[in-house]
Every structure is written in structure tokens, then in C-alpha cells.
Design a protein around this ligand. Structure first.
Ligand code: PMP
Length: 370
């Protein structure tokens, strides 16, 4: 084969079609924006990160684990799983490199090429990317105008899909789906419902009782948001018992590195630390929504979605970036009109700067269509 391929054309011959379309959209790096605009202190409100460092407990345990990094970690992540059981009760858990890692492994277990994967849209993009990599038949399922999910429509569209994705609180809208709707869906579908709870700590809804009543529910969680460990890449999921042995076969031999696993344990044991941040988010979420001067979709997450019409999302992102504030345009979320931005709740100074600048933009340009 090598002899027949023109040098430089090897990708055309070897790379699968599913990786030729666009991939994950990362928020534009703060450094680039800073450089373009000559600003050194950037408000990073584009990636729904926790603006504060993790619990000192997490840092200490993670660093201690590095002392023994000459050894492979426990392949079953037994200590982390035990800590999860101590935290949440006697459920079955799996872990992964971020919730993204858990999603990818589950899709690998369940989906053959051509199998259906339903996705309540607009939402987080990685479900679709991971399903596409497995050559799934992707079935986007449009949410209602207020971004709620109609269980009848969901069940009809999901039908025999191997796995369906529903995010609550939903990224990027912030919408929380009531547990009764989730229960109705679980009773009506054949496949797995992956309920993405990346932002669950920021709202009052509890889906865990559903785990005991349904063996087709997986609840995905992450340490990246409320627990401030985005860089450690730790995700986990509540799963029905029958999935566990298959998960072990399908995942990479060591699902997590030992430093990240120990940092996660340290963070999970310091709930008070996490709760202080959650209180901060709730207080500021309400204030930013009230004072930003644009309509905001009710949110149960650590971000809000703002309707910036007559600006487009992209135009508003550029305006704010020039003033040192990084937010995410929702233009890349299929199923959403182009006049939304998603704004993370940041540290106090970031939220204040955002409010000041968005109000200034609005006043300076009132009446202008962008
Ligand atoms: N689900 C949702 C809804 C998210 O917004 C994100 C990350 N932004 C993830 C999953 C992935 O989380 P992790 O960092 O654990 O991979």
C-alpha cells in the first residue's frame, strides 16, 4: 500500500470519515484574547469552570499520591468507588477520564454501527461526537420552545435507540427536567437513558431514587464543576449493576490515574468546601440574571444563557472579549437560534465586570441591530 500512496495524502486513505467533520469546540483561549486586546486580567466565563482552586484536602491527597506514581493505580479504582458509596449510598459506580470518558466507554459497550442514539437538543456536543465515532445513527430530538422535554416525543424518537442522552440541568440552556418526566421516559424506552448531571450540585433536584426503580438509567457526574477539579479529569456514573462487568472490559485498563483519583476522594470528603461555592453560584446566578439587562433562561446550573438579540451571540462574544471578558457564543449549538450567549458564574470581580460591561454595550448601542 505504502508504495501507491502519494506522500502527504496518507490521511485521505487512512482516516475514517467520521473524523473529517468538525470536532469539539473549545472556548477560545483566554491568552489569545488577552493578546489581541492588550488586556492582562481576563474574566474567564466561557467554560463553566469553578473560578476557585480545589479544596486543600484534594490538593494534598492528589500530591501525596504522586509519591507512589511509580506503581500502577488500582485497576478497579476501589478506593474511589468506596468513597462514592460512602458519599451517596450503596449504588453501583463506574469512573472515567472526565464524564466524557464515561460517555465514550458506554457508547463503545452499547452501540454497533448504524444503531440509534437519541439526543435531546440543543445540548452538550460530546454525545454526538462520541456516537459519530462509533458510526451510530444519531437522532436529534428538539426540545420545546422553553427547552423542556416532552416525554411522549422523546419516547417516540428514542424508540429502540441503544442509548439516549438527556442533560439536566442542560448545557447550554440551564433547564432542569423534573424527575417525573425522567421516570415516564425510562418506562417508555427500551435502551439506556444517560442522564447527564454535570451541574446537579447547583440545583435542588434529586434523581437518585430513580436508580432503584429502573435498570436502564445511568446518571453521569463530574468532579470538574462544583468540586473544582476540571484539570484532574475525573468523571463517574451511577449505573445499573449489569453494566459493571462490561464497563471493565470496554474501558482502558486503568480508568483513572492515581493522583486524580486521590484528589477526587479528597474533594468528595470536603463537602463543606463545595457547598460554599454552590451558595456563591446561587447568589450570583440570580443577581447576574436580574441585572444583565437581557432575557435569561431559568437556570439550575453554574451558568446562564442570555438572549442578546438584536446582537448575535458571536458579535456579543467579540464585544465582551475586547473588554476582557470571555463568554461562549451558543451559535455552535445545533437547535438554537444565533442570538444567545452562555455565561458562567465566576468570581465576584468577574461577575461584576461582566455586568458593568454588558450594560455599557447595551447602552452604547441601544437601538442598533448587529
Ligand atoms: N456533560 C456536560 C453537560 C458538560 O457541560 C461537560 C463539560 N463541560 C461534561 C459533561 C464533561 O465533563 P468532564 O469535564 O467530566 O469530562
Amino acid at each position: 500500500m505504502a508504495g501507491r500512496v502519494t506522500r502527504g495524502k496518507r490521511d485521505a486513505l487512512l482516516v475514517r470519515d467520521c473524523f473529517r467533520a468538525g470536532g469539539y469546540v473549545f472556548a477560545k483561549k483566554a491568552g489569545e484574547i488577552a493578546q489581541e486586546n492588550g488586556i492582562s486580567r481576563i474574566a474567564r466565563l466561557a467554560s463553566n469552570e469553578n473560578p476557585y482552586p480545589p479544596s486543600p484536602n484534594a490538593v494534598r491527597q492528589g500530591c501525596d499520591a504522586l509519591r507512589e506514581a511509580n506503581r500502577y493505580p488500582d485497576e478497579c479504582m476501589e478506593q474511589l468507588l468506596r468513597c462514592l458509596r460512602e458519599t451517596y449510598g450503596s449504588y453501583h459506580f463506574v469512573s472515567g477520564v472526565g464524564m466524557d470518558g464515561v460517555i465514550e466507554t458506554l457508547i463503545r459497550i452499547l452501540v454497533n454501527p448504524g444503531d440509534g442514539v437519541a439526543i435531546a437538543t440543543p445540548t452538550f456536543s460530546f454525545y454526538g461526537l462520541a456516537a459519530r465515532a462509533q458510526s451510530a445513527e444519531i437522532r436529534p430530538l428538539q426540545r420545546d420552545e422553553d427547552y423542556s422535554v416532552d416525554p411522549g416525543i422523546f419516547i417516540d424518537a428514542a424508540g429502540d435507540a441503544k442509548i439516549s442522552f438527556l442533560c439536566s440541568p442542560n448545557n447550554p440552556t440551564g433547564t432542569v427536567t423534573p424527575p417525573e418526566i425522567i421516570e415516564e421516559i425510562l418506562a417508555g424506552i427500551e435502551g439506556i437513558l444517560f442522564l447527564d448531571n454535570a451541574y446537579i450540585e447547583f440545583c435542588d433536584t434529586d434523581y437518585l431514587p430513580l436508580m432503584n426503580r429502573h435498570d436502564n438509567l445511568v446518571i453521569g457526574r463530574t468532579m470538574s464543576k462544583a468540586y473544582a477539579l476540571a484539570g484532574a479529569r475525573v468523571g463517574y456514573a451511577f449505573v445499573p449493576a449489569w453494566i459493571v462487568p462490561f464497563y471493565q472490559r470496554a474501558s482502558t485498563p486503568f480508568t483513572l490515574n492515581s493522583a486524580s483519583a486521590q484528589a477526587a476522594i479528597g474533594a468528595l470528603k470536603d463537602r463543606e468546601f463545595m457547598n460554599r461555592y454552590v451558595t456563591h453560584v446561587r447568589t450570583w446566578r440570580e443577581r447576574v440574571a436580574r441585572e444583565c439587562g437581557f432575557p435569561v433562561t431559568p437556570s439550575g446550573a453554574n451558568f446562564i444563557m442570555v438572549d442578546v438579540a438584536p446582537w448575535t451571540g458571536d458579535a456579543m462574544v467579540r464585544e465582551l472579549a475586547k473588554r476582557g471578558i470571555l463568554v461562549r457564543s451558543c451559535a455552535s449549538f445545533p437547535g438554537l437560534p444565533d442570538h444567545y450567549i452562555r455565561v458562567s458564574i465566576g468570581a465576584e470581580w468577574e461577575n461584576e465586570l461582566f455586568l458593568k460591561e454588558i450594560q455599557a454595550i447595551r447602552e452604547a448601542n441601544s437601538g442598533l441591530s448587529q
